[in-house]
Ligand binder design. Sequence first.
Ligand code: 9WN
Length: 817
Amino acid sequence: MADLAPGSTHGRIRSELERRITGGAWPVGTRLPPEPVLARQLGVSRGTLRRALGTLREHGLIEAAPRRGSFVISAVRTTVQSRQIGVVVPSIAKPSAASLVQAIEDELHRHGYSMLFGSSGASSAQESGRVRRMLENGVSGFIAYPIDYEPDVGLYAELKASDVPLVFIDRYLPGLRADAVVADNVSGAYEAVKYLADIGHRRIGFVSTDNLATTSVADRLQGYRQALVAAGLTYDDELVLWRIPVAGAGWELTESQRSENGNLLCEFLSESSPTAVFTLHDRLAFHLHQAAAVLGRRVPDDLSIVAFSDDPLAQTLLPGLTVVEQPRDRIGRLAAQLLVRRIQGSGEEPARYSLATTFLLRRSTAPPSAGRRGRRGPAPPKPRDLAAEAMAVLRANDAGSWTKPSAHQYPHQWNWDSALVSLGWALVDWQRAVREIESLLHAQWISGMLPHIRYDPAHLKGYFPGPDRWPNADRHHAPEIPTSGISNPPVLVTAVRRVAERAPDAVSRHALLSQTFPALERWLNYLARERQLDGCPLISVVHPWETGWDNSPRWDHLQAAGLKPRQPFTRRDTEYVGAEHRPEDRDYDAYLALIELLDGADYDVRRYREVSPFVVYDVFFDACWYRAATDLNAIAESLGARPPFERGELDEFAAAFQERHWDAELNSYFDYDVVAGRRIVVPTPAGIAATLSGLIPRGRAERMWTSYTGSSLDLRPVWTLAPKHPAFDPVCYWRGPVWVHLNWLIALGLATVGLDDEASALERHTIGLVEESGFSEHYSPVDGLGGGAPRFSWPAALVLELLGRNRVGKSVQPIIS
Ligand code: 9WN
């Protein structure tokens, strides 16, 4: 029998009894007290006791003799694994369940397992009743198809916590990290709706049941919305009907439900006048077909219908229904294989598998007839579709659970890139945004440090330096997740807060915030505690890559040290991007030498500072930390938890920030060189970007911005080095070029101090720049031409974010609604 964790009551009781047996208090032959007596002694219900006894039987410690009670038969646990798997689905009558169950059963059989089947009906009580009974009966794991409304999340979380192998099928429970095998609902729906748009439909409806929180439903809706965006169409509430209740447990509809649904569909067709409709499944398509007939509309001449396929009904309709076919057989088989692997102890991270669907074109779809198109006036002109292009960039760089900054130049996951990229995903595919964040947090070090790169083991050859340059890092992180040994500006907390604001519902929002909170807190605490030197609360930054502004002249003082690494190396970064856009060899010498020093100090900043010429208080990094700390406090409050950073601590940080970074004479904020003990006065916009902290008074921010715009000549904002500076170079990386993510962060800062108009103008300008020059790594402030790597992720994500709301700080209108 699957073992529930010691944390559960049953697990605790089981451990207690096991201790008595293995510890000799109950030697072999002992008859256990009668159940009611033992239950009373242990202070638990008989049900709980029975489950614990069941596990002990399973482990070969006790045996039940009919009418005589239970006896100890061995003091040594012999785990005999049951070869039975529990499979629960809402109803075997549900068309999408039957073929799945068949495939599961076949596959389990192949692996020597058999199946115990449970029907959870439409109630979470029945769902958990079935699961618990199966546990008592000794199943080794579960394949679960959760119910449509309010599945028993607690139950599944308990199974997870108790290490009971578990795989979800068809849908998954957001926030619960468990294996799931589902159809690629987003892409399937996207393909269908995009097809309708491509053949000329402009009024494309979506008909769904009302269980929008179910992930398969939410994802199909998402695919529908994305296809509209890609086709240059606007989402229109009027064209979405989602009030149809899910059919009952036996998949039957009562007569009154049938007529009620018929009425809803007729009303929808007459009032919204879609020329084409995508339906959540083919039974809805069938009903829609009937409603169309009632209204005298012909399919496909007056109405095209496409369905997400749930059952063989699709093939019987005339004309044949165009469908997105689900790979049910593959879903069932893969779920069974995964579960067997888990039972056999595979230590793989839980993963979600979205299997590709197949679009089957039959006869229920056709271009809209001229007459019907005319009913609502001419089709709107197709605008230049920046959003669709941005989505295509994100998809092209999507590595599954994270987004590469760009396909070739940066084939791994970068910390602050991913944080900001999640903001774009949140508008396109919210669950994908959550995965982006989760995969970043999985790379967290034991100390709480969140590395700047999480390496993809499959692409180690594509980027230098790889994990071998950080050899001692291995001891600090999970062995299967190689990482770099430095961190990045902590913009992730702010991003998580924003992604949460865009959650599809309160449950998902709460799940995201509560699950990421501990890791975020550990990271900020790591920075605040492990990166403190000499009692100063600011964050000691140990490498230019950690700042994210690699070769900015802010760090040119490093050159004086003339560092050379001990190990030779070959750069890879100029293979894809012109050398004029990149740092120089001597910069790379210093980067690699610093890594050697840091690794030699085993990533202990105090040891490192003894040997390194580079330790800085980066004004922008410090600002991001403070913003993150206040954002995390706000998250804690929204969760009803105690804010992790107390006022006193924040005040001390704020005072140090002003003391070290503010230069009253120059009216600006600068970095501080901890090694030399002085401010680093270089005219970059780092001080302006630091306004996002909330630590910079409006007056000072306004003066900095005015002075920036005044010295900007006709250049595109926001250059990263003042044009008058001798090192200014419009195309070389951080020595002049404009970066979309930096503009976004600066606009956030301007809005934070109340310079709303300035923030909006900068946002508009940034969108224009991308419209003009594409999604580049950076842009020349002189002519706006793109530089660095092309098809870059953060401009794509942040343009989506900017298009998706009216202005920073007052987030609302998602782009696709
Ligand atoms: C080193 C990924 C990263 C950004 C940095 C940017 C650049 C890496 C590099 O690319 O740095 O981390 O190899 O040049 O400077 O800000 O996070 O986009």
